[in-house]
Design a protein around this ligand. Sequence first.
Ligand SMILES: N=C(N)NCCCC[C@H](N)C(=O)O
Ligand SMILES: O=C(O)CCC(=O)C(=O)O
Ligand SMILES: [Fe+2]
Length: 357
Amino acid sequence: MATDFKSIPIIDISPLVAKCDDPKRVQDPDVLEVVGQLDQACREAGFFYVKGHGIPDSLIKDIKNVTRKFFDLPYEEKLKIKLSAATGYRGYQRIGENITKGIPDMHEAIDCYREITPGMYGALGKIIEGVNQWPHDPPYFKVLMEEYISFCRDLSRKIMRGIALALGGSADEFEGERAGDAFWVLRVIGYPGVSNTNGQNAPENDIGCGAHTDYGLVTLVNQDDGITALQVRNLSGEWISAPPIPGTFVCNIGDMLKIWSNGMYDSTLHRVINNSPKYRVCVAYFYEVSPTYPFYALSSLAPGNDPHTVPSLHEQPNFDAAVEPLDICKEKTGGIKKFGKAVYGEHLASKLETNFV
Ligand SMILES: N=C(N)NCCCC[C@H](N)C(=O)O
Ligand SMILES: O=C(O)CCC(=O)C(=O)O
Ligand SMILES: [Fe+2]
């Protein structure tokens, strides 16, 4: 459960990034310090900034520049990669096409998902089967985004290792390389400034993205410089701003981690209001469930689970993996499971079915 936090903590994760593959990491005071800060931030806010993450600043900037270039194109050009159920919900959505709690959001976006081959995730995965629709203009859009996605995937995996330790893992339980193979989502988003919301200034038009939680494990938000628009709700219902801090990502907890942690960590409500006259871009990377890491790493924490005998990727697809509170977290939170089983693929499908006009 979130608390009455008034600001969002900044965590320098460089020791974790440097040593997260080192078997001796849990004896490292710098790593332990980061793990402690992650634990506190996840308990108190479910949101934190990460610095010292190792992703080149130039790439982070290029991603925002190329995003701005795409949204600057004429509408007809953007429509060439239009999203629909037939494209596996991949592609471009115009302003007002995405809906949050029944209200159209004042943003446009390109949605991308990890590419999955037909049948890869069974019947549940069908809804997002397809290939990503990348714009041809700007020409280097796809190459840049794919490079970025691979950096984000590595970084998310490292943060999840820290979080897994924060939830109470010991060194042995995290031995061995269970390479991450998580499902991921990338949203390339643009929020019009206040003066050009179709010439209207009705208050509801100012909501760039309505209050929601994210669906998976962790999100990495690469937000525009100079515009404060992202807001996070604390326990008393106050909206706390998450202003852009150069060189950082905003990182937040998703619904699956809330369940696995039995509510020790919450997926905090947040929304976006761009009150500036300037167009705001943002690229959000969502690290969802992984069949190998961290899910197996976390599940190996449960008493009686031998980390060496967990099923392989091929035996247990992640999309229909049941997510339920881990015993270790249940014990730390009063011994009662606060959530029943959830299935990530079902959770995503239920969102996709209601997210679009
Ligand atoms: N894949 C993620 N997490 N996307 C976040 C989008 C949030 C808005 C969406 N309309 C909703 O209501 O969920
Ligand atoms: O634009 C932002 O800062 C955050 C966007 C967001 O919360 C989302 O897409 O889930
Ligand atoms: Fe979000």
